[in-house]
Write a protein that binds this ligand. Structure first.
Ligand SMILES: [Zn+2]
Length: 168
């Protein structure tokens, strides 16, 4: 297995193990977007790294190198390391309440168990309205999942409002 650093269009950086140099790039574990290989950062011995946060951990088989055993092993040990670290420094753990909804209007700020649902919906609607507004009407698909041949109806979703007025 080879370890590479990857980065997505949104600027997330993460490290992932792939089977070989020709393996496809894993999707971004944080946002699901396609990634490109970044210049490998050389880890200098002696400095302890906190490792990837939970948000940076892969959430699907696809982002874990297609379930390649070496990749799984890599992430399992990263997760165990992280859990030990969080035992000592609980503030690293962040919000660990279960996520109830993370699509559509909740894409940027997931709804979690214990949240005030009314307030969360209002917040989410406000922020998605500010971002162009249509997130609530369409199923949330990441750039990587969206078919390349999709028609114009959803291509403006990620863009700014300046391109939105241009219809037909
Ligand atoms: Zn990302």
């Amino acid at each position: 297995m080879i370890l590479y650093d990857y980065k997505c269009a949104a600027g997330h950086r993460f490290e992932a193990g792939v089977a070989s140099m020709t393996s496809p790039n894993p999707d971004c574990p944080a946002c699901g977007a396609a990634t490109s290989r970044a210049l490998t950062s050389v880890q200098v011995g002696g400095t302890a790294s906190a490792g990837p946060s939970r948000e940076q951990m892969p959430r699907s088989w696809k982002s874990i190198g297609g379930g390649h055993p070496d990749a799984v092993r890599h992430w399992r040990s990263a997760i165990e390391k992280r859990e030990k670290l969080e035992d000592r420094y609980p503030e690293l753990g962040g919000d660990r309440r279960p996520v109830l909804a993370h699509e559509g209007i909740f894409r940027d700020r997931p709804l979690r168990a214990g949240d005030d649902i009314g307030a969360s919906v209002k917040d989410a609607l406000n922020s998605s309205a500010a971002a162009g507004g249509r997130a609530g009407r369409e199923p949330a698909t990441t750039a990587a999942e969206a078919p390349r041949t999709s028609d114009a109806s959803n291509t403006s979703q990620q863009r700014t409002t300046s391109t939105k007025g241009r219809t037909t």
